[in-house]
Design a protein around this ligand. Structure first.
Ligand code: SAM
Length: 283
C-alpha cells in the first residue's frame, strides 16, 4: 500500500484479534480492521518487518514486555473528556454530600474512589474537581482517587495533568476554574488536585492489588470492548470492592442486564451493590 500501510489478510487479522483478546480482554469486531492496519503498520515498519505475519511471529517469540505493551497501547481506544456524561458527577456530589453527614465517615475523614479505565485522566480529575468544587472542606480530608488503565501511554500523560486549552471547550467557568494556564496554550491541573489521584497502569483482566472498599467506582466506556463473560467477571469483582453504600457508574451505551445479578439499577447507568457489604479497611 502506498500510504505506508501494510496489507492485512483475514488470517493475520484473526491472529491480531486473538492476541488482543488474550492480553487485554478486548473483543474486536470486523469494523476494527482499518484501525488495526493504521495503528500497527507504523510499529511493523519500525521493527523493520514487512508483513503482519512477521509481526505476530515476533510477538509470539522474541518480543520484550515493552513490545507487548506497545501492541496493547496501539489498539486501545482512549476517547474521553472532562465532565463526560455529567449527570454522574451530579449524582456523585449528592452521594458524597450524604457521606459527609455519616458519623463514621465524618470521624475517619476518609473517601476512596476508583476510575477504572481512566484513559488520559479527564474522568478522575473531573471526580476530584466536582467534589472540591462542591465541598472545599475535602481539601483537609483523606480523599484518594485511584485511576488505572491498561495503556501505559495514557497513564503517563494523565500524570502530568497538562491539557490543551481546547480540551476545556464548552465547560462553564465554574467547571474550568481549577485549571492553571501555562501560557503556551496548555493548562494544568493544580497540585492539590493531582496529589489526590494515584495513576497506575492496571490490566482489568489481571489480579487487582487493591482491597477497597470504594465509595464509588467509575468504569465507563470500558466494558463495551469486552464480551459478556469478561464483563460479568469484571463487574462481579468490582461489586466485591464497593462499600455497601457505594455506587458503580458505567458508560452511556452499557448496562448490566444479563451481565451481573449483583447490582441494582438506581439511576441512568448508575448501580448499587445488592449483596454482601465489603468491610471498611485500607484501599
Ligand atoms: C474509551 S476510554 C474511556 C475513558 C473514560 N472512562 C471515559 O468514559 O471517558 C476506554 C479505556 O479503557 C482502557 N482499557 C481497555 N481495556 C482495558 C483493560 N483490559 N484493562 C484496563 N483498561 C482497559 C483503554 O486503554 C481506554 O483508555
Amino acid at each position: 500500500m502506498d500510504n505506508g500501510e501494510i496489507s492485512l489478510s483475514d488470517r493475520e487479522f484473526e491472529a491480531v484479534r486473538n492476541k488482543v483478546y488474550k492480553l487485554a480482554g478486548i473483543s474486536m469486531s470486523d469494523a476494527k480492521r482499518t484501525l488495526v492496519v493504521s495503528r500497527l503498520s507504523k510499529i511493523v515498519r519500525k521493527l523493520n518487518l514487512s508483513t503482519f505475519s512477521d509481526y505476530i511471529d515476533f510477538l509470539d517469540r522474541n518480543a520484550s514486555p515493552d513490545d507487548i505493551q506497545e501492541f496493547i497501547n496501539a489498539l486501545t481506544t482512549n476517547l474521553t473528556r472532562f465532565y463526560r456524561e455529567d449527570h454522574h458527577f451530579d449524582h456523585l456530589v449528592e452521594h458524597v454530600g450524604q457521606l459527609l453527614e455519616d458519623p463514621k465517615i465524618k470521624a475517619s475523614k476518609r473517601l476512596r474512589f476508583w476510575s477504572a479505565g481512566c484513559s488520559t485522566g479527564q474522568e478522575p480529575y473531573t471526580i476530584a474537581m466536582a467534589l472540591y468544587n462542591a465541598y472545599p472542606q475535602l481539601k483537609s480530608w483523606d480523599m484518594r482517587i485511584l485511576a488505572t488503565d491498561i495503556d501505559t501511554d495514557v497513564v503517563r500523560r494523565a500524570q502530568t495533568g497538562i491539557y490543551k486549552e481546547n480540551d476545556l471547550a464548552g465547560l462553564s467557568p465554574e467547571r474550568s476554574k481549577f485549571f492553571e494556564p501555562l501560557g503556551n496554550g496548555d493548562v494544568q491541573i493544580p497540585d492539590f488536585i493531582r496529589r489526590a489521584i494515584a495513576f497506575k497502569p492496571l490490566n482489568l483482566m489481571h489480579d487487582w492489588p487493591m482491597k477497597g472498599p470504594f465509595d464509588a467506582i467509575f468504569c465507563r466506556n470500558v466494558a463495551i470492548y469486552f464480551n459478556k463473560p469478561t464483563q460479568e467477571r469484571m463487574f462481579t469483582r468490582m461489586g466485591e470492592l464497593l462499600a455497601p453504600h457505594g455506587y458503580l457508574y458505567i458508560g452511556h451505551s452499557e448496562n448490566l442486564n444479563s451481565v451481573s445479578e449483583k447490582f441494582k439499577l438506581v439511576g441512568k447507568t448508575i448501580y448499587k451493590p445488592k449483596s454482601e457489604p465489603a468491610s471498611r479497611s485500607a484501599a
